[in-house]
Design a protein around this ligand. Structure first.
Ligand SMILES: Nc1ncnc2c1ncn2[C@@H]1O[C@H](COP(=O)(O)OP(=O)(O)OP(=O)(O)O)[C@@H](O)[C@H]1O
Ligand SMILES: Nc1ncnc2c1ncn2[C@@H]1O[C@H](COP(=O)(O)OP(=O)(O)OP(=O)(O)O)[C@@H](O)[C@H]1O
Ligand SMILES: [Mg+2]
Ligand SMILES: [Mg+2]
Lengths: 255, 255
């Protein structure tokens, strides 16, 4: 099962969700593979041992056709990571947007899943830009998880995201299954409630029942190079992400 | 005076700052020009009357060589806007990254400033991605305003931003003057204090003394298609952005 975590809106919790959903899956006995497809390398920086040499990152997969298997590094307490590198930003201008490059990640993951290093769960963190990299993730995924921060600009971006996906459907020859995830929900703010109501009206069951609350432990854990469970197991943030994993598992979206 | 508001990190308050610094300048008697250089069109959506036809947006400037003067629309209570369009995302793949395209906005603004429609202040909102559009803004600006949300991932991004600017210096043949602006500061969180201390240690006087606090009126105003002053003049958010304008004006960075 491959989940791409994407939203063109910046700062809505894509990296935070990839990290902590991955950790929740690990806490439940899984061993997920995390892919950092963002040239900003935030997920790789949280891991802490990202390679300085771009050929040992996802850039090596695109540029030097290295296999995903040889690029995988262990992530203690979570599973494994295929790290990013700033050079990854060049993929957009080097390879164009033809079908070969757009399906490269999907084919790479199929090869990896056929090998001994296969993982039953793959989570892909994306950059806030619908270029070749994000399209690679969308083409490769079984489910698109769209974090939506509970503010008006993020809500607007979610509505536009749906239009973008509709345009892609004929190219993909399928409707990409998707779930919207409300993040940074603050009970004290009417805005949070407004955004939630609006999103549920728009997308009904495609909106996760689980809502990730605004939580300082979630915001702090990256500074300690870890996930929210390791940083503060009894936090509301850890509870919310565990609940998210449970909800997705009950729908067969997480194995 | 042209200020580009940019940070590769998503969701740090670029659009919010362009909108509200523009409004603060207007409140002080100015009539700023706001440019929406983000294909996500968030600033244009706040204005509310963004064109559906891409040739009436900044895309028309790049694609059809329309002048910036003919694309300008009034923004009541602020000044004027040159709106964006989703098609703007195509600029990266259509024109390549040669010097002609990278200097196109700078030359366009020089022409505009020579005409009767000149404005003494221009603010440019950028997308969270260092492609051709953001480079256009950096090449065109007199000052780069870099919002940094008070969280660890944004701090990490600010440090990387500085490296990116250092790489551009030989191409630009100048050091781009810059100011870092702390946003979403929450006094109750130790993290906010940590990030502020770290940023001031790193960049000293290049960090604005003014700090924009976390403020619900700032987050809500886009839903009412307006700036924080119009939405709630007596809010802390309005005070903070007025203070920012005053600080930049006292350094001759805002006229
Ligand atoms: N549930 C939460 N509670 C508190 N803070 C949060 C929460 N989720 C995210 N954040 C904060 O929001 C910031 C942005 O989140 P994150 O970097 O994960 O978003 P993103 O969508 O990956 O951003 P980008 O578009 O830059 O990739 C984080 O640094 C974190 O401080
Ligand atoms: N001072 C503040 N107080 C409260 N909320 C804020 C503040 N500044 C920004 N926000 C919230 O953060 C969200 C993201 O801000 P904004 O969209 O301006 O960031 P951005 O950097 O332009 O994002 P993008 O990278 O997607 O362009 C806003 O929708 C708003 O709700
Ligand atoms: Mg991210
Ligand atoms: Mg923005």
């Amino acid at each position: 099962m491959r989940i791409a975590v994407f939203n063109q809106k910046g700062g809505v919790g894509k990296t935070t969700t990839t990290l902590n959903l991955g950790a929740a899956i690990a806490r439940d006995g899984g061993s997920p593979l995390l892919l950092d497809l963002d040239p900003q390398c935030h997920l790789s920086a949280i891991h802490g041992l990202a390679p300085t040499d771009s050929s040992h990152s996802l850039f090596g997969f695109y540029q030097d056709s290295r296999t995903l298997e040889e690029l995988t590094i262990p992530w203690e307490g979570i599973g494994r990571l295929i790290p990013s590198h700033q050079q990854l930003i060049k993929v957009d201008s080097i390879f164009g947007k033809g079908p070969a490059i757009l399906n490269k990640l999907r084919l790479g993951l199929e090869t990896l899943e056929g090998s001994s290093a296969a993982s039953s769960m793959t989570l892909i963190d994306c950059c806030p830009y619908i270029g070749v990299l994000a399209l690679n993730a969308i083409f490769a995924c079984d489910l698109l998880l769209i974090p939506v921060a509970t503010d008006y600009l993020s809500l607007q971006a979610a509505e536009r995201m749906t239009q973008t996906l509709a345009i892609l459907e004929p190219v993909l020859k399928r409707r990409v299954p998707r779930r919207y995830l409300l993040t940074r929900f603050d009970r004290r703010r009417r805005m949070s409630e407004d955004v939630q109501n609006r999103l549920r009206t728009l997308y009904g069951d495609e909106v996760c029942a689980t809502v990730i609350g605004e939580n300082v432990s979630v915001a702090e854990s990256p500074a300690f190079n870890c996930d929210v469970f390791t940083h503060n197991t009894s936090s509301n943030g850890a509870r919310d992400y565990a609940e998210l994993r449970h909800e997705l598992a009950s729908q067969g979206l997480v194995s």
